[in-house]
Design a binder for this molecule. Structure first.
Ligand code: ADP
Ligand code: MG
Length: 711
């Protein structure tokens, strides 16, 4: 009945003479407590979960669908399938998990074909297991997995079966439970509002261009999927899902496009120069710049010559030669009469950049200086004074650069190296030291392209996708403690030929003291192993001056083996070192492993990365090692990383790449992201501030999303 969707709502009583309670139809933005079956109490629960309005309820998408189209037996289950089965409870028990206080819960199920175990590493909610008794018939929805040789479910949804619910040949939406409110009840609430008209955010033209269905239809199908599209829905490939995913990504990209349009409007001083200084730098190199380096440089100076601030990301794998591109840009800026600031995440890296700058830039007549937390007193004052006087062309340093009393005369170019190490605020603070300076960030792609499009959606991107000539691919091999003698032998053989080696230990905060002790103990052993050579030790607890000394000795080949914690992770460049041994490689993430490996393979010598693994290996750790063995390509590794770390379905969280997305997933939805990005940038080009009437709802919605997203 139609009036079921109407509800009592108090209208401002003064407007109607103060007497009447008027029956008003629900709107998409009505409070959810007025929906049939909700009321104030449940309304409050929903509101707290971010489901305060009717539209929020419509956008509470099923986590997955239960496929009742085929009857499955336990015997026939195959790992990796998302399935729904009917079974009987045999027993429920909990057992301690290792030595910790936590417990594993197990629900053992059976059907005439066999038995299967459902494991829970945490209790979904209080009373979850108390709902079941032996012999009870239940429906189980979850992903079949293979765990140490056994086929089982981890964290499946289990529902007691009620006869009236037993619909077969259907696709049943499964919602994440809310405060113990079961999926079926949520489905009922949503069904009560399915006919509410919702605003269409996209123009007819956009719908047509990208082959999208109207939002109203999409929302209905998502909550009541047509059976014949079952397979598409399970893969998030149904047209209805594509539409909703498009909207989510479109809104984020719209925000990015808007931000970028804002930057383009900002004024800044164009830096105009002949380019004679960068040319001289190029001519002084003992190698040729790669085509990709030259392209990136051209793109940069193209931006610098404009009257709007550059906002550019240089993305290039470890070892692709980003530093030189930055120095070329600094030389260009200096020639044009502007100062450059280069910020790096660590002191070691800042020092190294200074050394390179002294070697490459000072011969051109540029004055470079270093500023880190360690530089204090008179020395610091002197640097600050000549910076303010405009005598220093390029200031290099850590976040010490962003202190308030650091003043430039005419800062024209801000470069941030390994930008993922810095927060947005730190970057902005440095930018504010100039009058809308040009802004260049460099990263070794610790994040995949798909994510980059979103996270850096407001930046122009130059990709350095070519390695310097003559580089030999690094050979990566995993190995185990038992092979230590052979590994040491292998390293020794290379030391004999004049090469150098890194041996890296993990240092993870919780166990830092112990890790450090391990690193230092190992250092003593390694000194014995390589008695004929000089072995150095580097860790974060050392004084900066000591660190510099060790690093410089390694650079000059006065130290042949450098035992280190991960302080050398980013940026360090010693081309003669060709072996990287990573101890306890299972404790590192993929992007960190790739960064560490990037310390070798920088010279003309064949290089090796050895991943020494402990014995208590998780499946993931093994997988990571294999990915490392299989690829040297940072892009591929980053993508694999996101795929692996993406929220697991069996943990019960909704599949999403970033907070704020209800359905979109950046790994899975790249194609849609590209379309959404194009559409967003087109729209902003036509209506930069979304001022046109028909674009208002879009703007409101975007602002709402951005508030949640923290962007
Ligand atoms: P990253 O991109 O990881 O920051 P670097 O800028 O540290 O890489 O460069 C890595 C090494 O490659 C440095 O020793 C640098 O001098 C060298 N290099 C840079 N460009 C080239 C090139 N075109 N040919 C040969 N070697 C190069
Ligand atoms: Mg670098």
């Amino acid at each position: 009945m139609k009036f079921l969707e109407m509800s009592r709502r108090r209208v401002d009583s003064r407007a109607v003479g103060g007497i009447l309670d008027v029956i008003m139809p629900l709107q998409h933005d009505s409070e959810v407590q007025f929906v049939k079956g909700v009321g104030p109490k449940l309304g409050e629960v929903l509101r707290k979960r971010g489901l305060g309005r009717v539209l929020d309820l419509l956008e509470y998408y099923p986590r997955t669908y239960e496929d009742r189209r085929a009857i499955r037996h336990i015997q026939s289950l195959v790992p990796d399938q998302l399935v729904s089965i009917k079974a009987q409870i045999i027993k429920i028990r909990s057992m301690p998990m290792g030595k910790s206080k936590r417990r594993i819960w197990e629900v053992l199920l059976g059907d005439p074909s066999g038995r299967i175990s459902c494991k829970y590493f945490r209790v979904p909610y209080k009373g979850y297991f108390e709902r079941f008794q032996p012999f009870q018939q239940v429906r189980v929805i979850g992903k079949v997995i293979n765990y140490r040789g056994a086929t089982e479910f981890h964290h499946p949804d289990i529902h007691p079966i009620k006869e009236e619910d037993e619909i077969t040949n259907a696709l049943i939406p499964i919602y994440s439970e809310i405060e113990g409110m079961a999926s079926q009840k949520i489905a009922r609430l949503i069904r009560a509002v399915l006919d509410q008209p919702v605003p269409e955010l996209l123009s007819a033209l956009t719908l047509e261009k990208y082959g999208l269905m109207p939002i109203q239809q999409a929302l209905r199908q998502i909550h009541e999927p047509p059976v014949e599209q079952g397979d598409l829905f399970l893969k998030f490939e149904a047209p209805a899902q594509k539409r909703v995913i498009f909207d989510e990504l479109f809104l984020v990209e719209l925000h990015m496009a808007g931000k970028r349009a804002g930057v383009k409007k900002e004024e800044s001083r164009a830096i105009i120069a002949d380019g004679a200084w960068p040319e001289k730098l190029k001519a002084s190199l003992e190698f040729e710049l790669t085509g990709a380096q030259l392209r990136a440089y051209d793109e940069i100076i193209g931006d610098l010559a404009k009257g709007h601030p550059m906002h550019r990301l240089v993305q290039g794998d470890v070892g692709s030669g980003k530093t030189l591109v930055a120095f070329m840009a600094a030389a260009y800026a200096a020639e044009g009469g502007m100062q450059t600031a280069l910020m790096a995440p660590t002191e070691i890296l800042s020092e190294q950049h200074l050394t390179t700058a002294v070697r490459r830039l000072e011969p051109l007549g540029l004055k470079v200086a270093l500023l880190t937390g360690q530089i204090k007193g008179k020395e610091r004052e002197k640097i600050l004074a000549s910076l303010k006087a405009g005598e220093i062309h390029m200031l290099i340093g850590t976040h010490a650069l962003i202190q308030d009393d650091v003043e430039f005369k005419n800062l024209g170019l801000v470069i941030v190296d390994e930008q993922h190490r810095f927060g947005v605020e730190q970057r902005n603070k440095l930018k504010r030291k100039g009058l809308s300076p040009h802004f260049l960030v460099m990263t070794a792609t610790p994040i995949p392209r798909t994510l980059a499009l979103t996270v850096y959606g407001d930046l122009d991107v130059s990709v350095i996708d070519e390695m310097p000539k003559g580089r030999i691919p690094i050979v990566t091999r995993k190995t185990f403690q038992g092979k230590r003698p052979q590994v040491m032998q292998f390293i020794g053989d290379h030391l004999k030929t004049g090469r150098q080696a890194y041996i890296v230990y993990p240092l993870i905060e919780e166990s830092e003291a112990m890790d450090l002790k391990n690193a230092i103990e190992e250092f003593e052993k390694i000194k014995v192993d390589f008695a004929a050579y000089k072995v150095g030790l580097l860790h974060g607890r050392m004084k900066p001056a000591e660190k510099d000394e060790v690093m410089n000795q390694f650079r000059r080949n006065e130290i042949q083996v450098l035992v280190s914690t991960t302080v050398i992770e980013v940026g360090v460049d010693v081309p003669n070192a060709n072996i990287m041994l990573i101890e306890h490689a299972e404790r590192f993430g993929l992007s960190q492993l790739h960064q560490l490996r990037g310390r070798v393979g920088r010279g003309a010598h064949k290089s090796f990365c050895i991943l020494m693994l402990g014995y208590a290996l998780s499946e993931e750790a093994t997988r990571r090692a294999e990915i490392m063995e299989g690829s040297n390509d940072g892009f591929k590794i980053a993508e694999a990383d996101l795929e692996m770390r993406g929220p697991g379905e069996f943990l019960g969280t909704r599949q999403s790449g970033l907070p704020g997305f209800k359905m979109a997933n950046l790994v899975r939805d790249l194609k849609i992201l590209q379309d959404a990005r194009e559409a967003a940038f087109d729209l902003i080009a036509a209506d930069p501030e979304l001022k046109k009437l028909e674009n208002q709802p879009l703007k409101n919605k975007m602002n709402l999303l951005m508030r949640n997203w923290g962007g």
